[in-house]
Ligand binder design. Structure first.
Ligand code: SF4
Ligand code: MSK
Length: 673
């Protein structure tokens, strides 16, 4: 009998122009394929997502499952009788899965915040010379929010308290926020009063950060909480603990330790890497070690050493949110976003990639193996199994020594480059590093340090509204395309965009973070404001934890007047066009339950449980003022946001102003055509 031969199909390769919107990524995907190295773009061609998983209705919370409850073709007629072995309904399963995503996302942001708090405590105790309290005004401001006294009474006089003492108490109070025995998260009182009262009435004030995460894990264990509304209530409490707790503390403590960002100029895209320089890429989220790496890489000692080894200098670049952190405080250029991490190594010119936590693909190790690149993990909770990965564990007490070792390793590795060096020649200019304080300065003016001018421009209609467009890239869609199309549609229609995370990097790569972009892409009202004030139409507000800056900027708008009393009154909307991480779900949920209408691209893992999906995309609005939505098409996505903004303008009674002041029909048609 003839032997049958098994035919092994060659893996499919991605079409570079279909896989990515930007030229540099297209060139590097093609280069990877030429070299026979697979990237996430190729892997996405060969592994399709699970059709049941994406609907959110697969439960594996006990070993009697996984139980899968696919929606019947044509939907459900009559009663939904689907249930798992234990009887869990589709709503329960989807809500449990959603809650666990919130818990994981909140844990990631909040644990990041805790690590920063620990370094802060060491600095305040003066246990390390490598970190100092840098931003005293911010320390004083934060002390106020944490109930730490900044003055003392002596002999009938009010005196300023010693800043070392304040820093120490701030550190101790902040650390306590993760696990205190009673009370509530202190920053909740920073929200507009109406929002705080709404949370209180609905019983969702987080008690401490860790407890809310733990409670989700308990409630979603087999046989505990089996009411989707109650599960979402705890998801809300946990997400608020993230946005108004862990993330906000991370942002504040980083600002005090490393400096509050102020707008600065830099560059973006893989073309920032230099063939004749030692290239070091920092990647991940926690900036504590990278801060020291920046200082070391810019030291004369290391520059001299690099020259001795034949390089013209040292080029630092960033990927993901560590990039945003280094950019907003030091102007370190951005090499790329989440989906470009493998591509940075494939240039053949990356002498070291230093990774900390979150959004780091394990395949980096396989790609690094094909080149001379040192892949260095630095965080005790984030190692890789591959043997070529070097682990240099961060310890704040020896941060300078660790950073010197890493930079020196990269310099020593410069001479080991192979012949396959290809750096795509694309880079753009960007203005980054806006924050609550600098928006106040730019849009509030020197004499009037409030958000008055921003509000005034919304009321008079030059600015139609504000959008927070944030989040990841996703290999299931064409890299960057949805981000850019959504943002261009928004700014074309006079919506000012605030951005963080990989969306900020994408915006930079596509030239949207310059004041000049306003004249090219904006409607006349927004263009006029940007030109007058000298700001880009898309404002870079930092990393993923810095979404807390967007919450606080919105709170400032309420305080400045004319925008209602609660965040849900503002003509504003949120968006994550290409989300992929669990952190995005936590962010989305704290935006929604802070009153923001939030649209996600791609899909939401809720579609398999229509009743539950309706609850979060309709009914939540009646409780918190914000709701979820999902729309993959970028133009429709943007218009859902614009329509919501217009609805809010109408509710505020400022819809007429826009029509009258700004646009006649001809200019409107020209704009929307
Ligand atoms: Fe199935 Fe219930 Fe176990 Fe989930 S908890 S896997 S639905 S039996
Ligand atoms: S890095 S969470 S891919 S934004 Fe914050 Fe980018 Fe998303 Fe990671």
């Amino acid at each position: 009998m003839a032997e049958t031969k098994k035919v092994v199909k060659a893996p499919k390769l991605a079409d570079p122009t279909q896989a990515a919107y930007g030229k540099s990524a297209q060139e590097m995907i093609a280069q990877a394929q030429k070299l026979g190295i697979d990237t996430i773009f190729d892997r996405a061609m060969n592994m399709k997502p699970c059709a049941i998983g994406i609907q959110g209705i697969c439960c594996k919370n006990c070993s009697m499952g996984p139980c899968r409850l696919p929606l019947p073709k044509g939907g459900i007629e009559g009663e939904d009788t689907r249930k798992g072995l234990c009887g869990a309904t589709a709503n329960t399963i989807a809500a449990r899965n959603f809650a666990r995503m919130v818990a994981a996302g909140a844990a990631a942001h909040s644990d990041h915040g805790r690590s920063v708090a620990e370094v802060f405590l060491s600095a305040a105790r003066k246990e390390t010379a490598d970190y100092q309290i840098k931003d005293i005004p911010k320390l004083i401001a934060v002390a106020g929010h944490l109930g730490v006294a900044t003055t003392i009474e002596k002999d009938g006089e009010t005196l300023d308290r010693d800043t070392d003492e304040i820093a120490l108490e701030v550190a101790e109070v902040a650390m306590n926020e993760w696990g205190k025995a009673e009370g509530e998260v202190l920053y909740l009182k920073r929200a507009p009063k109406a929002l705080y009262e709404k949370w209180k009435k609905n019983g969702v004030l987080p008690r401490n950060i860790d407890r809310e995460i733990v409670e989700i894990m308990h409630r979603t264990h087999m046989g505990v909480d089996q009411d989707y509304k109650n599960l979402i209530k705890q998801s809300t409490r946990c997400a608020i603990a993230d946005g108004w707790g862990g993330s906000m503390l991370a942002t504040d403590l980083q600002d005090i330790l490393f400096g509050t960002p102020y707008p600065l100029q830099s560059e973006a895209d893989l073309g920032i890497m230099k063939e004749d320089h030692v290239n070091i890429i920092v990647h991940g989220h926690e900036p504590v070690l990278s801060e020291v790496i920046v200082a070391v890489a810019q030291s004369q000692e290391m520059l001299d050493y690099a020259k001795k080894k034949g390089a013209k200098g040292i080029q630092l670049g960033g990927i993901c949110c560590t990039a945003n952190e280094m950019l907003q405080r030091h102007g370190i250029p951005t090499a790329g976003n989440f989906l470009q991490q493998e591509l940075a190594i494939i240039t053949g010119a990356c002498d070291a990639m230093v990774v900390d936590i979150q959004c780091v693909m394990q395949n980096l190790a396989n790609v690094a193996k094909c080149f001379h690149t040192h892949l260095i993990t630095t965080h005790p909770i984030a190692k890789m199994e591959q043997e070529n990965v070097i682990h240099i564990e961060f310890d704040e007490h020896y941060a300078m020594d660790d950073a010197k070792r890493i930079v020196k390793m990269a310099i020593d590795n410069f001479e080991n480059r192979g012949s396959e060096v290809m750096i795509p020649q694309y880079k753009t200019t960007q203005i980054a590093g806006f924050g609550v304080e600098s928006i106040q300065y730019h849009l509030g003016g020197t004499f009037r340090g409030t958000y008055y001018t921003l509000n005034d421009n919304i009321i008079n209609g030059r600015i139609r509204g504000v959008a927070g467009v944030v989040g990841c890239n996703n290999a299931r869609s064409r890299l960057d395309e949805t981000h850019i199309k959504v943002i261009k549609e928004l700014i074309k229609n006079d919506v000012l965009v605030l951005t963080t995370g990989c969306d900020a990097i994408t915006s930079a790569i596509h030239g949207l973070l310059t004041p000049e972009a306003a004249q090219v892409y904006c409607g006349p009202g927004l263009a006029e404001v940007c030109e007058t004030v000298g700001i880009p139409p898309v404002l870079h507000l930092g990393s993923c934890v810095d979404n807390s800056r967007i919450l606080l900027a919105a709170t400032e708008m309420i305080a400045a007047g004319g925008m209602g009393t609660d965040l849900c009154d503002i003509p504003a909307a949120g968006s994550a066009p290409e989300w992929m991480s669990e952190k995005a779900i936590s962010i989305g949920h704290y935006f929604v339950t802070s009153g923001v209408y939030t649209v996600f691209g791609g899909y939401l893992p809720t579609s398999g449980a229509p009743v539950f999906h309706d609850y979060i995309s309709k009914e939540l609005e009646g409780i918190y003022g914000g709701k979820w939505d999902v729309e993959p098409d970028p133009i429709k996505h943007a218009w859902l946001m614009i329509d919501h903004i217009d609805k809010k303008r109408k509710e505020l009674g400022i819809d007429k102003a826009r029509d009258r002041v700004l646009m006649d029909m001809a200019s409107r048609q020209a704009l929307e055509g």
